[in-house]
Design a binder for this molecule. Structure first.
Ligand code: ADP
Ligand code: MG
Length: 637
């Protein structure tokens, strides 16, 4: 019966509740007349009529519309036919009981499923309407959030919600990001740090620059992801729908055959044969089978979303349950968003501030997480970035552009080689000997200097990886475009063995390695960068660092981790496995119950009311079993 009740949520629910109320009222009048106190002539008929109209009317009409409009046989039609058949043989009261229970369980399902899908819509309510924008003269004006453009500067007073995604340009403070990431601890913000829409500035005054318009900010992206998720069906969901559609026809035909056999061959009278056929219609209809999968999947998706893990569809959830190998990108995924510049080396007589100003000028255009470290360093030293244009990013290498004097570039040793600069410059020996990420700066073939960036593991990464291994994930590997020395240092801190580390990779190398893993079983790839997009798309489950990662990665992935907490990845994996288990339980139970009811109906003269109770009760049980997943928290307490 879920066919249309889970297509629409919200406003339809009130109508459903009203119809169910009327049906039960009608039934109550009829029951009163039969069992308690006979009522005057027309009353029982009015009661039964009301129960039939309110309980079966709308469902019957929409099922008929479905049948003649789209040529699809709706399961609801079986219920209505059974009730009408019961009435036709003088068992109208049983028919009314059937419709009342049918209507009641439909409304309860509708309510439960609506609850599962409203988790993200609640975010809409957290968007502020207006923002305080800074004018050029330093004064402020209050403007509608919708008109904010990239580059606008805003003031966030204590307690203000961040209106769009942006970056802190002045001031420090802490921000409550729980609405987006599910993280309950406030996050410290310095100049250069990112701010997500709908989070709350707690104490200080922050000045921010707008990085994304309202339509492209976090909440809009989350809503888009979830809408996409609801449109994409999981394989088992497709199975149960396919099954429901085929099977409904079979049930209808089967009931007609049973009627013919009982009436024609066995010699029942017309009434008994019809009653029997109606009972079978109810016993055999597959409502529970059809609802068992979406009930579990919607609940799990919603539970995950509340913990900051967004699945683009049930398919990703089912796939995640089967993953045997997890591949992690290093920079920005296993390592934190707060990389810091630890050393600056200048070559050939250029001043340190000038070198940093130029480097910051190029990196200001990069989404890479190293870029944030460089910008923060420049701000800290009071250096303002030089204007650089014609910027082009080279994934896993660096970035190139042009300033007033001509072409400039920044990147790793591969970029140095590409530009024909001196890779073995003696001034850089100390940097290259260490285990830190090195970003070189150059103009043409001339190397100007380099900075070392200390990339540190996320606090939760070690625990997250350990939890995945403990859950039976067979392989965990690291794939990075960075140097092997850095990768091994990070790996050692996270419990990833040297043999599990692949360094110095280009985007295509990551894809190749994912393919190698895929030969042995399902693979999940977790990444954040533009350079990870291909691997994310290739893996069975692509998981992007949602809030901290790049847009491209988010597009390519099936799952977004809005929280930076790696333990939630392990919890999401556990949730996926529980969901798979519950779906299996539901399918076994609902198919089993149906078989029992049909056998009882065929051979043991099962009374219609019992068939109804068995059928609707079974349907409600699978829905409730699925809803248990709503209470599976991904949130780490
Ligand atoms: P990972 O695969 O670990 O995420 P990336 O492939 O993104 O790492 O980056 C690999 C290396 O490429 C970095 O360690 C850095 O040396 C260089 N690189 C990438 N992007 C930039 C950039 N915007 N500026 C400077 N260097 C960069
Ligand atoms: Mg990365």
């Amino acid at each position: 019966m879920a066919e249309h009740s889970h297509d629409a949520a919200g406003p339809g629910l009130d109508f459903d509740i009203m119809l169910t109320g009327l049906t039960i009222l009608g039934l109550a009048v009829a029951l009163l007349d039969r069992f308690v106190q006979p009522l005057p002539a027309v009353w029982p008929q009015v009661g039964l009529g009301l129960a039939f109209l309110a309980g079966g009317g709308p469902a019957g009409i929409s099922a008929l519309r479905e049948l003649f409009g789209r040529g699809r046989l709706d399961i609801d039609l079986l219920m209505v036919i059974a009730a009408v058949a019961a009435a036709a043989v003088g068992a109208a009261l049983e028919g009314a009981v059937l419709l009342a229970l049918f209507s009641l369980s439909g409304t309860l399902e509708h309510r439960a499923m609506g609850k599962a899908r409203r988790a993200v819509e609640a975010l809409m309510a957290l968007r502020p309407d207006t923002a305080l924008r800074l004018r050029a003269d330093g004064s402020t004006e209050e403007v509608q959030v919708a008109v904010l453009a990239v580059g606008d500067r805003l003031v966030l007073r204590p307690g203000a919600r961040v209106p769009v995604d942006g970056r802190v340009i002045e001031g420090t403070g802490s921000v409550d990001e729980s609405t987006i990431t599910g993280e309950s601890l406030p996050v410290h913000k310095d100049p250069g740090d990112n701010l997500h829409e709908a989070t709350v500035n707690l104490h200080g005054v922050l000045y921010m620059q707008v990085m994304r318009s309202l339509a492209e900010s976090t909440v809009a992206r989350m809503i888009a992801l979830v809408t996409e998720a609801q449109a994409m069906k999981a394989p088992s969901e497709r199975f149960s729908e396919w099954f429901g559609a085929r099977y409904t026809v079979a049930v209808l035909v089967g009931s007609v055959v049973v009627f013919a056999v009982f009436y024609g061959l066995i010699g029942y009278d017309l009434q008994h044969a019809l009653y029997h056929a109606a009972t079978l219609l109810v016993a055999a209809s597959p409502c529970a089978v059809v609802i068992s999968v979406p009930a579990a999947i919607l609940s799990a998706l919603s539970s995950a979303a509340r913990g900051g893990v967004l699945f683009k569809g049930g398919a990703a959830l089912e796939m995640l349950a089967e993953v045997r190998a997890f591949a992690f990108d290093k920079t920005g995924t296993l390592t934190s968003g707060r990389a810091e510049v630890t050393q600056v080396v200048v070559l050939d007589g250029i001043a340190e501030d000038d070198m940093l100003a130029l480097l910051a000028g190029i990196e200001a255009h990069s989404e890479h997480h190293i870029a944030g470290a460089v910008l923060r360093q420049a701000l800290r030293q009071g250096v303002s970035p030089v204007a650089v244009g014609a910027v082009k990013a080279w994934p896993s290498e660096g970035i190139t552009g042009e300033d007033a004097l001509g072409p400039v570039w920044a990147g790793n040793e591969r970029m140095v080689a590409r530009m024909g600069a001196d890779r073995a410059h003696p001034g850089l020996a100390t940097l290259h000997g260490g285990a830190q990420t090195v970003v070189h700066l150059g103009r043409g073939a001339q190397l100007l200097g380099a900075v070392a960036v200390a990339d540190t593991p996320r606090q939760t990464a070690a625990a997250g990886i350990a939890a995945l291994r403990a859950a039976g994930v067979q392989e965990v590997v690291m794939m990075t475009g960075d140097r092997r020395e850095v990768a091994m240092r990070i790996g050692a801190e996270l419990g990833i063995r040297d043999s599990e580390i692949h360094a110095g990779l280009l985007p295509a190398d990551k894809v190749k390695l994912v393919d190698d893993l895929a030969a042995k079983g399902r693979v999940a790839f977790v990444g954040d960068g533009v350079n990870d997009a291909a691997a994310l798309a290739r893996a069975d489950v692509g998981i992007a660092m949602g809030a901290a990662g790049s847009e491209v990665a988010l597009q390519a992935a099936e799952v977004a981790l809005l929280s930076e907490d790696m333990q939630r990845l392990a919890l999401a994996h556990r949730l996926a496995r529980r969901t798979a288990r519950i779906i299996k339980q539901n399918l076994i139970f609902s198919i089993g119950a149906m078989v029992v009811l049909v056998i009882a109906g065929l051979f043991f003269a099962l009374p219609l009311p019992l068939a109804v109770i068995g059928h609707e009760g079974g349907t409600l049980l699978v829905v409730l079993n699925g809803l248990r997943l709503l209470r599976d928290p991904i949130r780490v307490i």
